[in-house]
Structures are given as structure tokens and as C-alpha cells.
Design a binder for this molecule. Sequence first.
Ligand code: KG4
Ligand code: ZN
Length: 362
Amino acid sequence: MIVLGIESSCDETAAAVVSDGRWLRSSVVASQVPIHRRYGGVVPEVASRQHVLAITPTVGQALAEAGLGWEQIDLLAATYGPGLAGSLLVGLNLAKALAFARGLPFVDVNHLEAHIYANWLVPQGSEPAPAEPDFPLLCLVVSGGHSDLILMRGHGDYRRLGRTRDDAAGEAFDKVARLLGLGYPGGPAVQEAAEGGNPRAFSFPRAWLRHNLDFSFSGLKTAVLRTVEELAGASGARGTRQRREQSHTTPAQVLRVAPQANLPTADLAASFQQAVVDVLVEKSLWAAERYHARQIALAGGVAANALLRREMAARSPLPVLIPPLAFCTDNAAVVASCGYFRRQRGAAASLDLDVRPSLEIA
Ligand code: KG4
Ligand code: ZN
């Protein structure tokens, strides 16, 4: 079965063709990063309009790169949540229009579930093909909007064991990147800045939240903010002392100071990154042991983080599945894969399906 996947939940317009849920035929991602960079983050209205411009050529390119015509496509799969409403609408409505016009079945895909299917995808030219993941599978789904620990007991059988209580891991990377003046998107910028930095230079807090599997990253973010504030003040950045006397210093104020101050950016980035990774790894290992998982799978944009990939593999007694970078950040190949497995279970979406910006996984 050949599936065309469509993804437009945030700031990447993407289309991909996948055979039988695993075999990548093509994957095209039209990134909006250069457009949003000047604003320091995703501007929803701009993202939505950009999706409208990019989506049709992106789908056309995915078909062309797969060397296929419409008559060879068996199924359409599109993300319907979670994400930005105006962005989701573009991909979902195109999928519905194509399903109607081409007489094709289509299935609705949850973006978070799709991220997990990065672990089923096989890039072109991979020989021999890796085995399929084993259940029960402990999935760490870490993206810009979510930090979930999910026990996957079979296709479509999810139990959420933990979630973030405040900022998502990716959100923390993005906010810390902003206050260190590292730009957008924050995750790759912090990772790069951390190279050569000492991860023990600053002892930032780890919110272990004993006896449960939830995450919390806002305290860590605030600790970095306070440290930057202190350092910027100590280095004599103009106006900072005066601000420190005020009871509330906002991130926006620090943001204006940090890039000018002579900060130990590499040490700050490395110490922050280490704090996030320590908690993500420890909680995943604990969850895997407690729920008798056979393997641990990484998923979502933060799974592209080199330290997380390295430390999870090094510290886990279980096999760790680590998808190629291109399948971690937003793409449509994972949507096509997830759509295939949903179809195998009989899923079919109707043409009056609406977007679900706040959709959860379980
Ligand atoms: O899954 P994703 O591409 O989009 C959402 O569904 O949100 O995840 C985006 C998030 C952003 O917060 C980005 O900063 C983070 O993933 N990210 C990273 C890295 N690459 C992307 N975080 C840490 N290290 C990276 N290398
Ligand atoms: Zn995502």
C-alpha cells in the first residue's frame, strides 16, 4: 500500500510517500525557518499563509521524487492535531480535497503518534532493513509543544505515563536560546553553542518530581534566566543593575541585555542542555523498568539532540531506537507511516473532519 502523507501542523510544510508503512519513497519538507527567524519564533498567521503557498508544490515534488503518479497512490494521510489551527487547516483541507477529487480514502493522523512512527521508517538504501520495534515500547516524545512518556503496547494502544506540567522540553530549549541571544530555532542553536562548554559549570536544577513520571522545565528556564541576569549585571551591562533592583525582571529585559553582555555562553548552554537530558534520560529509564518495556524509542524534534541520543543509548540497559535526524523533526514520512498502520486497523476519516489543535495522544 502506497501512502501519501501531508503535514502542516506548525512551521514546516511537508509531503512524503511511504510504502507499507515503512519504506521511504520520498520526503519533502519546505521549511519556514528563514521566514520566522526574524521574529524569533513562529508567527501563526504567517505560518498559515506560507503553508497555503507551499503545500501544492510540496505534494507535487513528493510524488515526482517518488517517481509516482496519482493512480499509484492508495491512501492519503494528514495531520489534524495537535498544532496551530490555521496551519493544520491547510494540510487537512488539501488532503480532504484530494481524497474527494481523486476518490481516495484518507485517514486522520495525530501528530504526536506520527512522531513515534519515525521508529518504523526505513530510509532508502538501508540494507538489511532493521526489525520492527518490539512492544511494549517506552516512547519519549519530546517536541516544541510536548514532553510525553508513552507506553505503546501495540499499534494504536497508548498509555500516557507522564507529561510536562509546564514548558515542553523543546520550548525550554527555544526560550533559553532566546535569552542567550542564540536565535531561532533554539534546540539546534543551544546544541551548537554547548559544544566545547562545560556541562558542570553551572549546577542548574533538575525537577525530579519524585514518585511520578511528569516533567517540569520552567524552573530550569528561570534558573538560567536568573544566572544570566546575575552575570550580565556583574559584567556591567548597561541598565542591568538598575533592573536588578526592580522586583521583577522579565525575560524580555534580560533578552535585551544578554547578547551584549560577555556571557560564558558555551558553559551556560552546556549546563542547561545537560540538565534537560539528565531528566529526560532518567525518567525514561525509570518508566521503562517500571512498565517492563522491551525497548526505548525516541521521537519528536528534541530527539534530534546529539547529547540526548548519546546519553540515552549509553545509559539504557534496554535497546534504544534512535531515528535518523530527518525523521525526528517535523516531516510527512512519519504521517504516512502512522496513516498506514491506522488504515490496517480500519481507520477512515470523513470529509467533515475538523482540526484538533489541542489533541493529546492518550
Ligand atoms: O517535533 P518538532 O519538529 O515540532 C513540534 O512538533 O513542535 O520539534 C521542534 C522542537 C523545537 O522546540 C526545537 O528547538 C527542538 O524541537 N529541537 C531540538 C533540536 N532540534 C530541534 N532541541 C534540542 N536539540 C536539537 N538538536
Ligand atoms: Zn512535531
